[in-house]
Design a protein around this ligand. Structure first.
Ligand code: AKG
Ligand code: MN
Length: 191
């Protein structure tokens, strides 16, 4: 049985070890090889930056994200298998995935909500992680200084449900610790 944790006061659920530690090494190898990882230029407040991680987009439709447009592209087999397993567990459907590769502790993701208009008014997102553990932080958009940290580790699946993107931001901060690679896949439904 997979343990399902509810993150208090949020509509976030974590399925612990959705993939076992025996499975994740093999899965991560497939993802490293099959995904076409890119270093992307993003635009924040009109200024261009190299985003501090590698990423890729697969989906039935194109996707615009921080001023960068990802074209539609067929899914690698390793990603399809994960998508199917997640859909079976959650009884939800996804038609796009943003993949992130954090190469070291210097790679990160700034505060944001996954609230692009293509995702509809109240997106539901399924996020899965392989490899090293990084801090996953939440910040309340309405109440100042209210933060949470979620334990989100190798093989864990996180479901961000109704209201989460509206009420919270999330981030993966940099760390000075000597951490190895971490792959994250966030499955989305694009309208
Ligand atoms: O790496 C993670 O766990 C989060 C990634 C993320 O927030 C995103 O791709 O929108
Ligand atoms: Mn996000």
């Amino acid at each position: 049985m997979i343990e399902k944790q509810k993150i208090a006061e949020t509509n976030i659920f974590v399925y612990k070890r959705f993939y076992s530690s025996q499975e994740t090494l093999e899965v991560m190898k497939g993802l490293r090889e099959e995904i076409e990882w890119k270093e992307v230029k993003i635009k924040v407040f009109g200024k261009e930056y190299l985003s501090p991680r590698l990423s890729a987009w697969y989906g039935e439709k194109s996707y615009k994200y921080s001023g960068y447009k990802w074209d539609q592209k067929p899914w690698p087999q390793s990603v399809i298998r994960i998508k199917k397993n997640i859909e079976k567990l959650t009884l939800l459907k996804f038609n796009g995935v943003l993949a992130n590769l954090y190469r070291s502790g210097q790679d990160s993701m700034g505060w944001h909500s996954d609230d692009e208009k293509e995702l509809g008014s109240d997106p539901i997102i399924a996020s899965i992680v392989f490899g090293s553990t990084r801090r996953f932080l939440l910040r309340d958009k309405n109440i100042k200084n209210r933060k949470k940290e979620i334990k989100f580790e190798d093989g864990d699946l996180m479901l961000m449900g109704n209201g989460v993107q509206k009420n919270w931001e999330h981030s993966i901060p940099k760390t000075a610790k000597n951490v190895g690679e971490r792959v994250n896949l966030t499955f989305r439904l694009i309208y």
